[in-house]
Write a new protein. Sequence first.
Length: 264
Amino acid sequence: MVNAMEVKDLSYSYAGSNVLEDICLTVGKGEILGILGPNGGGKTTLLKNLNKNLSPRCGCVLVDGTDIADLSKKAIASKVAVVPQTNEVNFSFTVREIVEMGRMPFQESFRGSSTSDSEIVDRALEQTGLTGMQERLINTMSGGERQRVIIARAIAQTPQILLMDEPTLHLDISKQFDSLNLVTKLARDNGMTVVIVSHDLAMAARYCDRIIMIHNHRIHAMGRPEEVLTPENMRTVFNVDADLFFDEKIGKNTVILHDSYNGN
């Protein structure tokens, strides 16, 4: 598999405390990689290092073999799109205006949108079920609706790599499936690489090709879901009694949580 992104010996500190230590990983083109860990464990910090929002203390992040430290923000935005955990928008932009922002890395100054840009925006709106809502003001929408708009904006960037931080956090259950099924289709059909940060074990088991589990600032386990989501690993990292099993009804893995682990 050809690597879309590689992280080499990355460490990050904040206020003198180590947040990430010696992180090494690769993500293949068209792969869906899940990064799992408890809240406050460094998952979002790692994601921010992957698109240069944060700079590592040591180590590097390579996109298509190039260190992102050597790339401009605009060059990174032409390759990497981000769906952040928060989706607050404080201005009265329409849905379409927000999604059109995804085309900005490809536009020359003062030229505005091209016909091709408009077609890409139309397709992103259609794929996320927002065509009929494109004239609505985003600050009048629910959290789940806003999340779909932010996903549409990311899709409009036509990225090689999509980084998603807790992408289902504000969505109703049915919309969680819709969003992740769409992302899976983009990965499978278009070869888009997806990195999903989450603490949702069942979601990761169902959608991710590989999983990285972070514990005590380091990678605790890495591999296919059945290799990583073992009862022992879930107990150590999340302090829960849980099992991974294959659900024949849906043809995918899932995780059953039994209870928090009390050490007995």
